[in-house]
Design a protein around this ligand. Structure first.
Ligand SMILES: [Zn+2]
Ligand SMILES: [Zn+2]
Length: 249
């Protein structure tokens, strides 16, 4: 597998070369100013719903403007294993396009900009002290099919930006779950039960971990990973994702 990894590193470098950062908008391909952050044009930036302070203190989901408490109903009624989750952009058709381009259309260069966005969000939230970064793992069959784990390449860039080691080995996905899009929160939870396994506890013991993923949907994936990490000796688990949707009641 090593040669494959090297090959992808080359492809990554090459793509970064032919897609020089901050020349074209990653969403609409319009030319942009060199100093435009995230390689997204002003127009698209204005349309993306970046999350601010009006988010749930625990799961990071956007809260309605008129909502007065700092936790969403879901987090008031259910306990989560992770300490706190944050996300950057509301999940809608536009942010979905960024994720799909990265995940399914294999535009790997997008991961660098996703990492920048997550980095800025972590800094403004005062979350930067972690021992290691762990990306939510893909099952090996799915990874073979997709050729890479988007969470892992986002995590790689984020690790460089934060000067924190990324660990792709400690936590693995042992259950190849079916697509979860159509499932309810409870079904997702059941579907993910025992889906993750820590195979090298020494790497995570007594560590503050930042778990990385592209999308936070119901939080079932983050919770299941956290549960396993805590059971095997991790100290605390925090979660950062690129996009998240609103709670539907
Ligand atoms: Zn644009
Ligand atoms: Zn919440």
């Amino acid at each position: 597998m090593r040669y494959k990894k090297i090959l992808y590193e080359y492809i990554d470098t090459f793509l970064n070369f032919i897609y020089p950062r901050n020349i074209y908008c990653i969403l609409c391909d319009a030319s942009i100013d060199r100093d435009e952050v995230y390689s997204i044009c002003k127009d698209c930036k204005g349309k993306l719903r970046f999350l601010g302070e009006k988010t749930c203190d625990i799961c990071g989901k956007p809260l309605d403007e008129l909502y007065l408490v700092e936790r969403c109903l879901d987090c008031i009624n259910n306990a989560n294993y992770y300490e706190k989750a944050i996300s950057c952009i509301e999940y809608d058709d536009l942010s979905k396009k960024i994720i799909y381009d990265l995940k399914y259309y294999k535009k790997r260069y997008i991961s660098y900009h996703a990492a920048q966005i997550i980095y800025d969000r972590l800094m403004e939230s005062g979350m930067y002290e972690f021992d290691i970064i762990i990306p939510v793992p893909l099952h090996k069959a799915k990874k073979r099919e997709r050729t890479f784990n988007q969470a892992s390449i986002i995590g790689k860039y984020l690790g460089k930006m934060m000067d924190i080691e990324i660990d792709n080995k400690a936590l693995i996905r042992v259950k190849n779950t079916t697509v979860q899009n159509q499932l309810t929160k409870e079904e997702r939870r059941e579907n993910l039960e025992n889906a993750f396994e820590v195979i090298d506890a020494d790497r995570i013991i007594n560590k503050d971990i930042l778990l990385i993923d592209d999308v936070f949907t119901t939080g079932a994936t983050a919770n299941e990973c956290t549960k396993e990490l805590l059971e095997k000796g991790a100290l605390n688990v925090y979660v950062a994702t690129f996009a998240t949707g609103r709670n539907v009641y």
